[in-house]
Ligand binder design. Structure first.
Ligand code: UD1
Length: 416
């Protein structure tokens, strides 16, 4: 199994291009199940969750060619309506096939998801909403089976603005004739991007990116072409790595409007963030000041940057707090950071971080995508050598991470 060897303590300097968004590309690729026409999706990052999605689409009966960031998805055989456990357990977002399949074939069978080790992560919000549109839900041998005579458009109010449930329901609603209104919807930029793609396919989606999304669907969706938005989580991770190493980095393609809560926190910590025509620049000449954050659905501070943020705050000049209000059990990185000398106490959804003047390299282990990213941030800033095991978690979500970091002057290599 691959591991990273990082010799830390070097400020990152230079420019890095932000890749296409993984979390936007996943539902957009999956929504090609709504048509037999060809769809071309560009700016798709080359990473493990995308390869899993391509395999999932192929297994469902699609033909996919994927090269140099473009995925072309076309019909090959009659589509299957079952997503097997083998893939769903690797990637929880596989559950998103339910919406398109239910709309088109009135049936979807999806293994109950596994995915990251960050809390319980049920899919009850998805299922409740499908029921509202007329689906019946049962479980069979570890699979959830959704079925209906016909899915009907209607009004849905989510009990929590779940990203996946909003996407799943938008896709289902796009594929059925009539108007569906989703209230208390997630407002993430990736939802907006999916709305644009579904509109290009022939549905009419308004309000995506706000808490009320209206979808006028049609049973005749057609092929479409799309460019995926830049990855705000990758951009945020590089930004924090630059700040933690007291570097000076330009993030080419980063969209400040997608990163407001992070930028505010980073500025309060004393780093200088400037908007450039081509993206963002971050400079961090000094040790960070402590800043408290609380994760929330967008536009709040993103849970996906909570772990890298904690790595940054581990080096702050004082005590800061983190409250993780989106996922349970998303502090697995704290103990690993502790092995590098960080002083972090966690309890329930709260963490208290006593900043230390320096972290020291150590052998450590990634436990999920973003926890892994946090360890990379810490290792880049730390004195001495860090070996990070279980890099496959990081590979799920970051495109060519070590190459991009090396171009910024980091000493990082992959070994196995
Ligand atoms: C998506 C992102 C993930 C990000 C998360 C929150 C993708 C592929 N993944 O995940 O990177 O961390 O949004 O921004 O886009 N919940 C329920 N019942 C449900 C659904 C969710 O209780 O039916 C809970 C979850 O357990 C979690 C919270 O709601 O505590 C947020 O989940 P959700 O917004 O659905 O996240 P994902 O779509 O899984």
């Amino acid at each position: 199994m691959d591991f990273f060897v990082i010799d830390g303590g070097r400020p990152l300097r230079g420019a890095v291009r932000v890749s296409g968004s993984k979390n936007a590309a996943l539902p957009i690729l999956i929504s090609t199940l709504l048509t037999d026409d060809e769809c071309a999706i560009h700016n798709v990052p080359e990473l493990r969750d995308i390869r899993t999605t391509v395999r999932l689409l192929e297994l469902m009966g699609k033909r996919v060619s994927y090269a140099r960031g473009t995925a072309v998805v076309a019909a090959k055989a009659r589509l299957k309506t079952r997503a097997p456990y083998d893939l769903v357990k690797q990637m929880r977002a596989s559950v998103l096939v339910a919406g398109p399949l239910l709309a088109r074939f009135h049936r979807a069978q999806v293994a109950l998801p596994g995915g990251c080790t960050i809390g319980v992560r049920p899919i009850d919000i998805h299922l409740e909403a499908f029921k509202r549109l007329g689906a019946k839900v049962s479980t069979e041998h570890g699979d959830v089976v959704l079925s209906c005579d016909r899915l009907s458009p209607g009004a849905v109010r989510f009990r929590f603005p779940s990203v996946g449930a909003t996407e799943n329901l938008m896709m289902a609603a796009a594929g059925i004739r009539g108007t569906t209104v989703l209230r208390n919807a997630a407002r993430e930029p990736e939802i907006e991007d999916l709305g644009i793609f579904l509109t290009r396919m022939g549905a009419r989606v308004t309000g995506a990116g706000t808490s009320t999304v209206t979808v006028e669907g049609t049973s005749r969706l057609h092929g479409a072409e799309h460019w995926v938005i830049p990855d705000r989580v990758e951009a945020g991770t590089f930004l924090l790595a630059a700040a933690a190493t007291r570097g000076d980095v330009r993030l080419v393609g980063a969209k400040p409007a997608h990163l407001e809560a992070l930028l505010e926190a980073v500025r309060r910590s004393g780093a200088v963030v400037t908007e450039l025509p081509e993206g963002l620049r971050v400079r961090a000449p000094k040790r960070p000041r402590p800043v408290d954050v609380r994760t929330e659905p967008h536009p709040g501070f993103p849970t996906d940057l909570q772990a890298p943020w904690m790595a940054y705050m581990a080096l702050a000049d004082g005590k800061s707090k983190v409250r993780e209000a989106v996922f349970e059990n998303r502090f697995l990185h704290a103990a690993e950071l502790g092995r590098m000398g960080a002083r972090i106490r966690t309890g329930g959804e709260r963490a208290v971080i006593e900043g230390v003047p320096e972290l020291l390299g150590a052998p450590i282990m990634a436990s999920d995508i973003r926890a892994g990213a946090a360890l990379v941030v810490a290792a880049l800033a730390a004195k001495g050598q860090t070996v990070i095991q279980r890099v496959y978690h990081i590979d799920r979500g970051y495109e060519r991470l070590e190459k991009k970091l090396r171009a910024l002057g980091a000493q990082i290599r992959r070994a196995h």
